[in-house]
Design a binder for this molecule. Structure first.
Ligand code: APR
Length: 274
């Protein structure tokens, strides 16, 4: 751990942005199942589906109300979860470096936002479970899922009254969850593609926490940051492909994010003290 802290101290002394890239592992200690963990399954009828099968435009087109039910169930799970020490540490870092820090998150659970991560410094590259948008893209705007939409239990059906609430406020057509699906592509207006690539290309330090390195834009971020000469740190309970890159850069910490992130943030903030 000390070699990682030394790398963080040295990196913040150099010009360039300080970035964090988070995944589901950061929310695991808040009780939210990680994506690829065994608890990620969802049953429809007699069949079990894994998130990668349900979180697709194809599934939504074929069975929109089953996909909505899965998202409304997860929305309930997330609303009952509380941010943990990893989330609050990243809020502290954002406040200490208002012009220099940015958080790039794959998490759609909203816990970074609820912990207080400032919107201008937070880029949710896979969307947000609490938001919906027009399924026909009549506008790109995102809308909060109405409070009148109840939390759903496993196996619950969506009533006709609730279905009437899940509609686009602009064209009254069907609404969809504002989440990036596996058969869709990143873009700038919805998922900050160009912005996060530009941030990564000017990074001095990139702290990765709680991700299994399975998705495209995070790989672009890590590759661009490494090419920019940033120190790359990987915080994860398990080895993963980003750890291999971090091992030749800022180093790896194999421990829970809620345990480690406060110390890393403390070190960075102390290194900034005049
Ligand atoms: N602290 C740190 N890391 C943890 C912890 C913890 N307490 N608990 C689990 N992890 C690690 C796991 O070892 C794993 O590497 O978090 C990672 C979680 O991996 P995934 O479940 O694959 O989640 P993530 O990497 O965020 O998935 C990326 O892919 O499934 C899509 O869009 C979805 O946003 C998701 C994206």
């Amino acid at each position: 751990m000390e070699h990682v802290l030394a790398a963080c101290r040295a990196a913040v002394g150099r010009p360039g942005r300080v970035l964090a890239l988070t995944g589901a592992g950061v929310s695991a200690e808040s009780g939210i199942p990680t994506f690829r963990g065994k608890e990620g399954y969802w049953t429809i009828g007699a069949r079990e589906y894994h998130p990668q099968e349900l979180a697709t435009h194809q599934a939504f087109a074929a069975m929109p109300w089953s996909v909505w039910a899965w998202y409304l169930y997860r929305r309930g799970v997330c609303r009952h979860a509380e941010p943990n020490a990893a989330h609050t540490a990243l809020v502290r870092l954002a406040r200490a470096l208002p012009e220099r820090f940015a958080l790039i998150t794959q998490n759609v659970d909203g816990l970074h936002r609820r912990a207080g991560s400032p919107d201008p410094q937070t880029f949710a590259i896979h969307g947000d479970l609490s938001l919906m948008r027009c399924a026909n893209d009549c506008v790109l705007d995102r809308f909060p899922i109405p409070e009148a939409v109840p939390e759903l239990g496993r196996g619950d059906e969506i009533s006709l009254e609730v279905r009437a609430l899940l509609r686009c406020p602009r064209c009254s057509g069907p609404a969809r969850p504002h989440v990036l699906w596996f058969d869709e592509s990143y873009d700038e207006p919805r998922f900050h593609l160009d912005t996060v690539r530009r941030l990564a290309a000017s990074a001095a330090l990139l702290v990765i926490a709680g991700t299994s390195a399975q998705t495209n834009l995070p790989w672009q971020v890590v590759t661009l940051a490494e090419r920019a000469g940033a120190a790359i740190v990987d915080v994860n309970t398990e080895d993963n492909p980003f750890g291999d890159i971090a091992a030749r850069s800022g180093g790896c910490v194999r421990a829970p994010a809620a345990t480690v992130m406060p110390t890393i943030v403390e070190t960075i903030v102390d290194a900034l003290a005049p």
